[in-house]
Every structure is written in structure tokens, then in C-alpha cells.
Ligand binder design. Structure first.
Ligand SMILES: [Fe+2]
Ligand SMILES: [Fe+2]
Ligand SMILES: [Fe+2]
Ligand SMILES: [Fe+2]
Length: 410
């Protein structure tokens, strides 16, 4: 007998639940789990994410070039030694730009990247979990776990290597889904960081840099320059290394009754009651029972265990970032005096001036490879805590034994 209150998986339609049995809706959408906890307690989720850790990409230097010369500057005013302003005491001049000689300094890209939520369910076969309203036989189309085959039942190959999952509310048995592994999207763009190029132009190149009204060449000079730009690094689009979807499991064969059948020794059913019915013992690895406590059960006739309820995704996804840029294409040099020139035998200074460096080339700023990693997450699929119980010889007495003895006593 299956005692009242005991639960079996049923592989049929919702409208075909046998008389004397009721759908146990607590199991709808859930995987039975004999991991320790309060019986009947539900939890878990079909999706999960991970908190990422920070990864850092060191910058690579790069070089820009520009036109060979700066812009021309002229019109500088000079002053005589007695501060008598003169107009245009020097003519236009320019410098070799020398941007390609500039020194580079830059910051690393460094951000915490979380692993986005993803659905991850182990391979499953959907059934309806039904509960006996009264003491019953095993109904047709229902399932029991067993350590070995027996007559009256056949191995349920449709759910081989799968976990049983309650069909969605009101749904029928037979749906399948899930997969062995999952990964997460780790798409990210880093916070912008700046880099700088600093250098010095060549000396003024024009030998006709002189006073407008004649006189000697004014002194040679250079200009410094510095230009910066903030870049984010192009967006990296990728996925994490994969990890198992399988919760901590043990294998056990699942067998289906083609027609109503009596309970046999070794048949395994489900309960969420705190005590076992008479003749049924907990499947905890003692008294000849398979050890199902502490596990999810996967339908396989080959013994084995595996899976985990905590996982991380090993460091991986080595990746780089780059971004093309040209610093706006131009930069103004710092100002500098033009030096001194002789005017009528008197030293003269020209005013500060600057030049423009144009056509700064577009190049790729690149950062070195780095790997992402994620924190460990405790994750189980949607579950309901249960206990698996196995029928012993006593469970087969069907309750008629004592009645028979009473008759014999008379
Ligand atoms: Fe994960
Ligand atoms: Fe200059
Ligand atoms: Fe990155
Ligand atoms: Fe640059």
C-alpha cells in the first residue's frame, strides 16, 4: 500500500489524475530535494547572477604624428629697452611639430564587472506530483525510484539523466528542458580614464625671424605642449566560462507503472511528513536504503554523484580594450617668448606667443589583456525539501495482516 499522504510522481495529464489522489501543488514548478532543511520548505530560483570582482587593464603607450610643422606665428610686438612699443618686430615663424617624440602617460582601466542574471536549470522532465488521499496502490502512469528493476514497472527512459520537476500550475507531465551548464553575459565598458602626451617642438625654423624694420635675427626658441583625452575602452561583449547547472545529486533509476500495481519492497516514494508511515524507512544509506538524503535525485541506473549548490566561474575571458582617437585633431602649444633680438644695437624682447599643431593622427589606444572573475554564489533551482522513503516488507501487509490475525483468533 501507498499510505495516505505519500507522494508519487505522475506522468500523465492533469485531467487524468487517478481517483483517490490529488495534485500536490506545492511541487508545481519545483524540483524535489532531499538536501537537509525543513520538509516542505521551498526556495531556489531559476536564474542567478554573480557579483564580479575588479579587473584591471594596464595601458599601452602609443604615438600620434601630425603635420611636419606647427602653424606660423607672427605679429609679435617687441619692446625697446626703454619700453617704447614697436609694432611687428618679428616676422612669421614656425617650428617642427615633433608630436611623435612626445612622451606618453596613461591610466589603467579598472572596474568591477558583475555577471548578469541568467536562467540555469538542470535537465528536467516535468511530472505532476500526486498525493494519496487514502491508502492506495501505485496508480498507472505513476513513478517510483528503485535501486533495481522489478516486474510490473519499466525504466522511465524519457527522463533518463534528468531531474523530475513539477509541471507548472495546472500543467501536464511530459515537458522537458534545462541544460547541463550555463554561463553569464559579462558585457562591460570601463569608466573613462585619461592619458597624456607631452613634448617640445623643435626650435623655430625660419631664419627670417627678424625685426620688421630690419635688424638681426631674433633668438631661437621652442614651445612645450601637452594634450590629454579621456577614453573608456571599447565595450567588451562576451560570456563567462561555463559552470554546471546540476545541483548536488545522486543517481537512481526511475520506474513507471504501466497499470495499477502493488507496492514491492524497495519501491521509493516521497513524503514531507515529519514521521514515516509504518513499514517505510528513510533513504539515508542505512538499513539497505540508497543514500538520497542530502541530494537531488537524477534518473539513471548507473550509480554516481556530482553537481554542486555553490559555484563560481573560474577566471577567464581574457580580453583587451581599445579605442581610436585623435585628441580633437589639434593642440595649441604653450606660450613662450621669442627670445631677444638686436634693434639698433639694443636688446629687444618679443612677446609671448603660441602655435597650433594640427592634423594630429587618429590611432588606437590599447590596454593590456585582463581576466574577469566572479564571486561564489549559492544557487539551487526552485526546490521543495522532501524525504525519500523506501517500502520494507512491513509496508506490503496492506493493513490486512492484523485483521486476518483477528479472524484466526476466533
Ligand atoms: Fe553562475
Ligand atoms: Fe614660436
Ligand atoms: Fe575589461
Ligand atoms: Fe593619445
Amino acid at each position: 500500500m501507498i499510505p495516505a499522504g505519500v507522494i508519487l510522481p505522475f506522468d500523465g495529464n492533469n485531467t487524468a489524475i487517478p481517483a483517490g489522489w490529488s495534485r500536490d501543488t506545492r511541487f508545481d514548478g519545483r524540483f524535489p530535494s532531499a538536501i537537509s532543511g525543513t520538509l516542505g520548505q521551498t526556495g531556489g530560483s531559476s536564474a542567478h547572477s554573480h557579483t564580479g570582482s575588479t579587473h584591471t587593464h594596464q595601458p599601452n603607450s602609443h604615438v600620434h604624428s601630425s603635420d611636419e610643422y606647427t602653424s606660423s606665428a607672427n605679429g609679435e610686438q617687441g619692446y625697446s629697452s626703454n619700453d617704447d612699443p614697436k609694432s611687428t618686430v618679428s616676422e612669421g615663424h614656425r617650428h617642427k611639430a615633433q608630436v611623435s617624440n612626445a612622451s606618453f602617460s596613461g591610466n589603467a582601466l579598472s572596474d568591477k564587472v558583475d555577471y548578469a542574471s541568467t536562467t540555469a536549470l538542470p535537465p528536467y522532465y516535468e511530472v505532476i506530483f500526486i498525493k494519496a488521499d487514502t491508502d492506495s496502490q501505485i496508480p498507472a502512469e505513476s513513478l517510483v525510484y528503485r535501486s533495481s528493476a522489478r516486474s510490473g514497472l519499466s525504466f522511465h527512459s524519457a527522463s533518463q539523466n534528468r531531474f523530475l520537476k513539477g509541471a507548472v500550475a495546472g500543467g501536464n507531465a511530459g515537458g522537458t528542458g534545462g541544460s547541463n551548464t550555463h554561463s553569464h553575459s559579462v558585457t562591460h565598458t570601463h569608466t573613462a580614464v585619461s592619458h597624456t602626451h607631452s613634448g617640445t617642438t623643435g626650435e623655430s625654423t625660419d631664419t627670417d625671424r627678424r625685426q620688421a624694420d630690419g635688424g638681426s635675427v631674433i633668438g631661437q626658441h621652442t614651445h612645450t605642449f601637452s594634450f590629454s583625452q579621456s577614453l573608456t575602452g571599447d565595450t567588451f561583449t562576451g560570456t563567462s566560462p561555463s559552470e554546471t547547472n546540476l545541483p548536488t545529486y545522486t543517481n537512481l533509476g526511475l520506474y513507471k507503472a504501466a497499470s495499477q500495481t502493488n507496492v514491492a519492497v524497495g519501491d521509493i516514494a516521497i513524503t514531507t511528513s515529519s514521521s514515516n508511515p509504518t513499514g517505510w524507512i528513510t533513504c539515508d544509506g542505512t538499513n539497505g536504503t540508497p543514500k538520497l538524503s542530502g541530494f537531488y535525485v537524477r534518473n539513471s541506473q548507473t550509480s554516481g554523484t556530482g553537481g554542486k549548490v555553490k559555484h563560481t566561474h573560474e577566471s577567464g575571458n581574457s580580453h583587451t580594450h581599445s579605442q581610436s582617437h585623435n585628441h580633437g585633431g589639434s593642440v595649441t602649444t604653450n606660450t613662450n617668448q621669442g627670445g631677444h633680438g638686436a634693434y639698433g644695437g639694443t636688446l629687444k624682447a618679443s612677446q609671448n606667443h603660441s602655435h597650433t599643431i594640427t592634423n594630429i593622427s587618429t590611432v588606437n589606444m590599447t590596454w593590456q589583456a585582463a581576466s574577469m572573475s566572479a564571486g561564489e554564489t549559492s544557487w539551487e533551482p526552485p526546490y521543495i525539501r522532501v524525504r525519500y522513503i523506501m517500502a520494507t516488507q512491513t509496508a506490503l501487509s496492506d493493513g490486512y495482516g492484523p485483521a486476518l490475525l483477528l479472524l484466526l483468533d476466533r
